[in-house]
Design a protein around this ligand. Structure first.
Ligand code: GLV
Length: 309
């Protein structure tokens, strides 16, 4: 088969090398090659520009090099070709570790002590909440979100979840749906958003949402940047000095040097690293799906076009 590889990760060369090794016997191309795009059958991509994507008229399968598929579904020329996204236990564990690190940082006031250290101030002790005293709301209960929720619950945190619509998922915690969003927000001490990027999630965390949050609370966004209205967040933080935020994803990445988030005392920024794809396990996963696709001649898409993720 003829496979187009395109990726904007910093370790793209390593990905390419490992892919060629695992998919031995298939022909790999990148956009640097003089390739007749209509001969490409499979695309393995992250952030392929639309002007190239639209030339892939005979592609029958697309692999997303991450868990997210918005970089494909948002392309004007995307017309429903099956997409397989990475579902990797290593990625879930990374996501959980990242969320836990931010929860503990808030719970144990670590940033607060670090700032005091810079000024050589000995703040003395004060009791911090026990895990069982903190209610964590998980926004988005897909492959990653439901795992993060379950792992946090095992650590004795109180867990609640929110999903837009009812689902058959059997979960061991209360799940709010639809219009119950306000109850979900106002009863969470910490909200972890793992929402995908779709029409329905755009600016989901806006002025109204933020206003419903507890005065002393933490918002963690490890889903997609466009689910948060950045302007509304900055206005909210002006008057809510005990609202803390940890952001891994942004509307525009990399975050512009001029962005007001960088120096905000209540915001922790990480550069979209919460759940980086693991080369070896991702490639093994993709290869398994590729073998199924070749055997059956088709494959069911991971993406529900109606939902957009
Ligand atoms: C990362 O954001 C991913 O979609 O894998």
């Amino acid at each position: 088969m003829n496979i187009l590889f395109h990726c904007t990760f910093s370790d793209q060369a390593e990905w390419f090398k490992s892919l060629k090794k695992k998919f031995k016997g298939h022909n790999f191309f990148t956009i640097k090659d003089k390739v007749n795009y209509s001969n490409i059958n499979v695309a393995i991509i992250w952030n392929l520009p639309n002007n190239i994507f639209k030339k892939l008229v005979n592609v029958r399968l697309i692999f997303s090099l991450g868990a997210g598929v918005d970089h494909i579904t948002n392309l004007p020329s995307y017309n429903g070709i099956p997409i397989i996204r990475i579902k990797d236990p290593n990625m879930r564990e990374r996501m959980f570790n990242h969320a836990l690190s931010q929860i503990l940082n808030f719970q144990l006031k670590l940033t607060h002590y670090q700032k005091a250290q810079q000024k050589k101030i000995w703040l003395g002790d004060s009791p911090t909440p026990q895990n069982k005293d903190l209610r964590i709301g998980i926004l988005g209960l897909g492959y990653l979100g439901s795992f993060v929720a379950k792992k946090l619950q095992k650590l004795n945190y109180q867990i609640i979840g929110y999903k837009k619509t009812h689902s058959k998922l059997k979960l061991s915690f209360k799940v709010f749906t639809g219009k119950k969003i306000n109850d979900f927000i106002s009863s969470s001490d910490i909200i972890v958003s793992i929402l995908p990027s779709t029409e329905a999630t755009r600016d989901f965390i806006d002025k109204k949402f933020l206003k419903k949050m507890k005065k002393n609370s933490l918002l963690i966004n490890i889903g997609r940047g466009d689910s948060l209205c950045e302007k509304d967040l900055l206005s909210h933080l002006k008057v809510n000095k005990n609202c803390y935020v940890s952001l891994d994803v942004f509307k525009k990445e990399p975050l512009s040097k001029k962005h007001n988030f960088w120096k905000h005392p209540n915001i922790i920024i990480t550069p979209h690293v919460a759940a980086v794809s693991d080369i070896e396990s991702s490639i093994n996963y993709m290869h398994d799906r590729f073998v199924t696709f070749k055997r059956k001649g088709n494959i069911e898409s991971d993406v529900n076009l109606k939902k957009g993720y």
